[in-house]
Design a binder for this molecule. Sequence first.
Ligand code: SAM
Length: 320
Amino acid sequence: MPVSELERQIREEITRDGPMPFDRFMELALYHPSLGYYRRPRDPFGASGDYYTSSQLQPVFGRLIAQKIAEWEEQLGRPEGFTLVELGSGRGEAGREIRTRLPHARYIEVEKGAGRMPERFVGVVFSNEFFDALPVRVLRFDKAGPRERFVGIRQDRLAWVEGDPYAPLPWMPPGEPGQICEICLEALRWVERIAQSLERGFVLTIDYGYTERERQRFPQGSLMSYHQHTAHEDVLTSPGERDITAHVNFSALADHGRPLGLRPLPLESQARFLLSIGERDEFRSALHAPDEAEARRHRMLLKTLLFGMGETFRVLVQEK
Ligand SMILES: C[S@@+](CC[C@H](N)C(=O)[O-])C[C@H]1O[C@@H](n2cnc3c(N)ncnc32)[C@H](O)[C@@H]1O
């Protein structure tokens, strides 16, 4: 069967260097400079793409987030140089809406290879579906300890192969023999970077994921690929052609941030979080529209955010 140019390069690397750690595979599949899923000219989002994010159900999502950020700004005492940092801003829809509503704030977008988090600032670090797009390592628990799952070649196809962990594991969730889980060390490094730079403020992380306790519901791990609005468990086929994600382990983010000064608030569903923002004026300001047709569209978007994606997505707020 003919393989894509990216798969050819991956196979070449495996043949040369041996089985490839999954985080390397995911990095290439999503972010190879010209052939990675997020680097190709084709837009992965929207009706003709593979999925929508909440930000793209704009403008209601961005407006509600902006309203929450404005509350936090008040709470922080309207500091001079109030700064918003958005991690993995993608097409920037949420950012546009937030910037319009908070024009006085310094807004910094951090995308792969573009934009940097300032060294010290007071404000908010916001991300939507950023952490689930970071490369993960995959482990399978064995009686003797964790085994690393690599990508190898078997019967002329990319396939999982197991071996000893290829690098130290500074953090390991507990697991029963046979269980598979992902660990995202890159996410922990981001928590460290945020804790170091954020002098005072809030970290708002929206994503789908689980707590450490809920992880037990995914004994075979949570890796998924998305192609044309369909989810697949197979993540090795057609690298570069489909999105690959892993559930975010919110307990890991919260536990890692705590000793660094990021105090986690209780994890909430996206629905609950957005509903609490709309409590004061029943979403009137977020749904405001110039005409009835637009207002109806906004109400539909709100319903999707609350009921379509509202329970799957979680919101972690950390305070410093
Ligand atoms: C699933 S998209 C979400 C985009 C946007 N936040 C939204 O809600 O539509 C994930 C984004 O994270 C970005 N990303 C991945 N790794 C990154 C990194 N190390 N630094 C900055 N951005 C990164 C990707 O390029 C991609 O745009």
